[in-house]
Design a protein around this ligand. Structure first.
Ligand SMILES: Nc1ncnc2c1ncn2[C@@H]1O[C@H](COP(=O)(O)OP(=O)(O)OP(=O)(O)O)[C@@H](O)[C@H]1O
Length: 623
C-alpha cells in the first residue's frame, strides 16, 4: 500500500503516476518486449504535462540517463526536443555534476593515485599531492588515463563522482536542487557503485527532494559491470517496485516458454492483440562418437568439431526449407555465443585465430569486443560498461564516405582527424571550405578504398600513417612505439619474450587481408546473419535460432547446469540465464534452440517440462 491506495491493482503506468505524485522513487521491472522505453517516455511526458511550468519557472530539469543512441533518439523525438529534459549517458551526467568542484576532484585523484600506487606500482607513482601543487582534473570520452596530468578515464569518473557524492553533501544538494527527477534506462547495466551513491546519499536529502525512476530488467543484465538487480533497495524501502507484465513482441509459445524459467515475473499477451501462436523447439545433438580411452578432454572436444559443423549445417538447411531466411539483413537471425566458429563463418576467422593463439578465450574481448588498440583503430571502440558505440574507427569514416554523408565525414574528422586535417585540438572546429582541401581528403579516402579492398591490414595502416589522415589515439601511438622497440634492446629476458610475442601478433595481423576487418565490422554492426549477445538487446527478429555449446567459454557459461538447475557458481548461473533469456526473447514468431554439445538426461527432463515432449528433437530426426 502507498498512502491509502492499493498499488497492486493498478497497471504499471498508473502506479508510476501515483508514485510521482507522492515523490516516491521506484523501479519499473519489466520483461522482454514489454515496451520499457515507451513507458519511460510516457512517464516523462506525463511529468512535463503536470509539472512542466513549475520546473521551468524554477529553472529545474528532468534528467534521463540512457546508454544506447537508439533509445536516446527515440526519447528526444517523441518528446519533441523538450528543453526541460536533459538526456545523457551516466558518464556525461556524473562528470557534469562534479567537474566544477576542482579542488575536491584534485583531492580525490590524489587519493586514488595513492591507493593504486600500492596495488599497481608499475603504473602509478606515489605522492602525487606533494609532487604537483594543483592539477586541472579533466575527462574526455575517448581520452586515456594519466593522473600525472589530471586526466581521468571512463571508469575513474564513476569512482570519483561516486566518492564525491558520498563525501560532500553540499555538492549533492546542488545536484538535487537542479535535477529533482532522475530517470535511468536499462538500470541493470548501471554500475553498482553509482547506484549506491545515488540511493544512499542523494535520496536522503530532504529539502529539496529527489525522485528516481529506474527502468529495466534484471534478467537482461549482460554486461558484467552492472548492478543487475535492485532487490536490496526495494527490501530497504528505498524504492517501490512496479512490475509490467505485458509482452508485445513474442508469440504465445515463446511467452509461455519464457515464463517457465522466469517464474517471478509472469508475462501475459496483451488482450487487445490478435497474436500468432508461434513455436519453440529444442534440438539436442546426441550423435557424437564416445571419447577414446586415454584421450584427453580437450583433444576429444576438438575432434568433435566436424560433427558439430555437420549438425549445424543440417539444421540451417532444414530451417531454410521451412521458409526461414538467413540472407544478409534478413528477418531471421542466428544468435550464438561468440566463438571461433562464428568468426570463421562471418569471414574474420584468421584474425580470430591469431588472437586466440595469443589471448586464448580472451580473443573475444580483444577482437569481438574490440578492446585491442589495433582493432579499435579500424573498427572503432565501444563503451565496455554500457556497450555504446563510439563511432571512432576508420570503418566509420568509410561508411560516411560511401553513403555520401558529407556532414558525417566532417564531424568524424573533427573528432578523429589528425591535426593536419582538422587543425590543432584546442580550436577544433573545421569546415572543409577550400576546394583543394576537400579534393585532397577525398583523394586520400579514394585511394584508401582501393587499398582496403585489395591489400593487407599493414598496407592500410601504413598508408593512413603516411598520409596523416587520422589522429592516432594516445594508447595506440604508445602501442606502435613499443612494438617498434627491438627485442635485443630489452634486457629482462621474460619481458623480451613477452615483447617478441606482441611483435608476432602485430606482424601476423598486418599480413592478413584487410577484408577480415571489413567482415569483423559488419559482424559487430549486426549486419550479418549472426549476432553476438552484445548486439541483441533491444533487437527483435521474426525467427531466431539460438545456438548453445558448453564446450566454449566454460568458465563463463554453462547451459546444461542452468537448464538442469544444478549450477553451483552463482555468477555463471546468472550470466548463462540472462544470456539465454535475452537471446530467446528476441524472437517474434518461432524460436529454435540448438544444443551443439549434448545435453544430459537431467537437463533434458527439465526442457521437457518447459516445452513438452513433442517439441524436443534429437539431431538424428533431421536428414
Ligand atoms: N503499448 C504498446 N502497444 C503495442 N505495441 C507495443 C507497445 N509497447 C511496445 N510495443 C511494441 O512491442 C515491441 C517491443 O517493445 P520494446 O522493444 O520497446 O520493448 P523492451 O521492453 O524495450 O524490450 P527488450 O527489453 O526486450 O528489448 C516493439 O515492437 C514495440 O513497438
Amino acid at each position: 500500500m502507498v498512502g491509502n491506495i492499493d498499488i497492486k491493482k493498478m497497471v504499471a503506468f498508473e502506479k508510476i503516476q501515483d508514485l510521482l505524485v507522492k515523490n516516491k522513487s521506484f523501479v519499473l521491472e519489466a520483461g522482454a518486449g514489454s515496451g520499457k522505453t515507451f513507458t519511460l517516455i510516457q512517464t516523462i511526458a506525463h511529468l512535463i504535462a503536470e509539472k512542466g511550468k513549475v520546473l521551468s519557472y524554477n529553472n529545474k530539469k528532468i534528467v534521463c540517463i540512457t546508454y544506447t543512441n537508439v533509445a536516446r533518439n527515440e526519447i528526444v523525438e517523441r518528446l519533441e526536443y523538450n528543453p526541460l529534459l536533459e538526456i545523457s549517458t551516466i558518464h556525461e551526467f556524473l562528470w557534469g555534476t562534479v567537474k566544477n568542484f576542482q579542488s575536491q576532484l584534485f583531492d580525490e585523484i590524489c587519493l586514488l593515485n595513492e591507493e593504486r600506487a600500492v596495488t599497481k606500482p608499475d603504473k602509478y607513482l606515489p605522492d602525487l599531492k606533494n609532487r604537483v601543487k594543483f592539477l586541472q582534473v579533466t575527462y574526455a570520452d575517448i581520452g586515456y588515463r594519466d593522473f600525472e596530468k589530471g586526466r581521468l578515464h571512463h571508469d575513474d569518473v564513476i569512482e570519483i563522482a561516486a566518492n564525491l557524492i558520498e563525501k560532500y553533501p553540499l555538492l549533492t544538494k546542488i545536484v538535487v536542487d537542479k535535477y529533482p527527477y532522475i530517470f535511468i534506462d536499462e538500470y541493470q547495466d548501471t554500475s553498482p557503485r553509482v547506484v549506491d551513491a545515488l540511493l544512499n546519499s542523494m535520496l536522503f536529502i530532504d529539502n529539496p527532494k529527489i525522485c528516481f525512476g529506474f527502468f529495466g530488467d534484471s534478467f537482461q543484465k549482460i554486461y558484467d559491470g552492472g548492478v543487475g538487480t535492485m532487490a536490496s533497495y526495494i527490501d530497504e524501502n528505498k524504492l517501490f517496485l512496479v512490475e509490467k507484465s505485458e509482452n508485445y513482441r513474442s508469440s504465445a509459445a515463446i511467452v509461455k516458454f519464457l515464463n517457465k524459467f522466469r517464474t517471478s515475473l509472469q508475462q501475459v499477451l496483451p488482450s487487445e492483440r490478435n497474436r500468432i501462436s508461434g513455436s519453440v523447439s529444442f534440438i539436442n545433438c546426441d550423435n557424437y562418437p564416445p571419447i577414446v580411452k586415454g584421450q584427453n578432454k580437450t583433444d576429444y572436444e576438438k575432434s568433435l568439431q566436424p560433427y558439430k559443423d555437420a549438425n549445424y549445417d543440417k539444421i540451417i538447411s532444414s530451417l531454410e526449407s521451412q521458409g526461414w531466411n538467413f540472407g544478409k539483413n534478413s528477418e531471421d537471425k542466428i544468435l550464438i555465443i561468440a566463438n571461433s566458429r562464428v568468426a570463421e563463418r562471418s569471414g574474420f576467422g584468421k584474425l580470430y585465430k591469431i588472437a586466440s593463439s595469443k589471448y586464448g578465450e580472451g580473443a573475444t574481448e580483444q577482437i569481438i569486443k574490440r578492446e585491442h588498440v589495433l582493432i579499435k583503430f579500424f573498427t572503432g571502440s565501444v563503451d565496455r560498461q554500457s556497450g555504446v558505440e563510439r563511432g571512432d574507427g576508420l570503418e566509420h569514416l568509410i561508411e560516411y564516405y560511401t553513403s555520401g554523408d558529407y556532414n558525417g565525414i566532417v564531424s568524424f574528422l573533427n573528432s578523429n582527424g589528425s591535426e593536419i586535417i582538422s587543425g590543432p585540438k584546442a580550436n577544433r572546429y573545421f569546415k572543409l571550405v577550400k576546394h583543394e582541401d576537400k579534393q585532397r581528403i577525398f583523394d586520400t579516402i579514394d585511394k584508401l578504398q582501393s587499398l582496403r579492398l585489395g591489400s593487407n591490414i599493414g598496407s592500410v595502416l601504413d598508408y593512413l600513417i603516411e598520409n596523416n589522415l587520422l589522429a592516432l589515439a594516445e594508447p595506440f601511438a604508445r602501442y606502435l612505439e613499443k612494438i617498434a622497440v627491438l627485442p635485443a634492446d630489452i634486457p629482462d629476458p621474460d619481458e623480451r619474450i613477452r615483447h617478441e610475442d606482441n611483435i608476432k601478433f602485430y606482424t601476423s595481423v598486418r599480413e592478413l587481408p584487410y577484408n577480415e576487418i571489413i567482415e569483423l565490422f559488419k559482424f559487430v554492426k549486426n549486419e550479418t546473419v549472426f549476432s553476438t549477445k552484445h548486439g541483441t538487446k533491444g533487437d527483435q527478429f521474426r525467427n531466431v535460432l539460438v545456438i548453445i555449446d558448453d564446450t566454449s567459454w566454460k568458465s563463463m557459461y554453462n547451459f546444461q547446469n542452468f537448464i538442469g538447475g544444478s549450477e553451483s557458481i552463482e555468477e555463471r548461473f546468472l550470466r548463462t540465464r540472462n544470456l539465454f533469456y535475452v537471446c530467446s526473447s528476441r524472437a517474434k514468431e518461432n524460436l529454435v534452440i540448438l544444443s551443439l554439445s549434448e545435453m544430459g538426461e537431467h537437463a533434458l527432463t527439465n526442457v521437457q517440462s518447459w516445452l513438452g515432449k513433442s517439441n524436443i528433437f534429437s539431431i538424428s530426426h533431421f536428414r
